[in-house]
Design a binder for this molecule. Sequence first.
Ligand SMILES: CC(C)(COP(=O)(O)OP(=O)(O)OC[C@H]1O[C@@H](n2cnc3c(N)ncnc32)[C@H](O)[C@@H]1OP(=O)(O)O)[C@@H](O)C(=O)NCCC(=O)NCCS
Length: 213
Amino acid sequence: MQVEIRQERPEERRAVETLVRDAFWNQYAPGCMEHYLLHILRSHNDFVPPLNLVAELEGEPVGQCACVKGKLWGDDGAVCTVLTLGPIAVRPDFQNRGIGKMLLARTAEIAKELGYPAIFLTGDPAYYVRYGYLPAEQFGIRNGENCYAAALQVLPLKEGALTPGRYEESGAYLVKEQAALDFDRQFPKKETRTGTPSQLRFLELAGRVRPAK
Ligand SMILES: CC(C)(COP(=O)(O)OP(=O)(O)OC[C@H]1O[C@@H](n2cnc3c(N)ncnc32)[C@H](O)[C@@H]1OP(=O)(O)O)[C@@H](O)C(=O)NCCC(=O)NCCS
């Protein structure tokens, strides 16, 4: 399988949004908003274009991964710019063939070249642990609400760069639900479902949050 990981091209934006929609549909909620999220992220100041990657197979995008600048507010008063990874998606008919792994590896490589100290993400630790992501709690890092969250993970890219503090993701990730629903009407209709196993797992993970003392 000859997969090329490269930067997204403007002319394939809609095709990439479609694959994001297909991958996320009914995964974490009935329907999904991630295709709209990617659509608005691209024009946000915190978006990092060199890390807006596509996995291409036989001339078609089959996966994508995007990153946005976030902040780590250290308890010692130091503030540093970090990355937030997401969305990441692989077209359902190409999942489980290592494309997600390739996207994560290339993202880490480029992020390191660009000098970022760490990549944060919110996702299922069962998946990301195998690619070097660690629980943020291990570094004394809490989320924006000053809580330890099981889903918050980090990939350190520089020795000793991570100190205890609060990680804050960019406001770029705030999605207006009605705008997302309106945007979705531009795509073919799809059936929504509730109570899927991945939705239940998401709820369970989202509940594993504990305020810092
Ligand atoms: C998550 C995703 C990007 C992974 O891409 P992929 O190309 O299928 O991943 P890889 O081939 O590198 O890895 C597949 C392995 O990860 C496992 N895996 C995938 N998603 C997982 C999850 N949420 N939890 C635990 N394991 C997971 C698969 O079972 C498979 O395991 P195996 O190698 O033991 O068979 C893809 O499944 C996807 O697009 N999912 C829907 C969108 C999504 O959830 N994005 C992430 C949001 S945080």
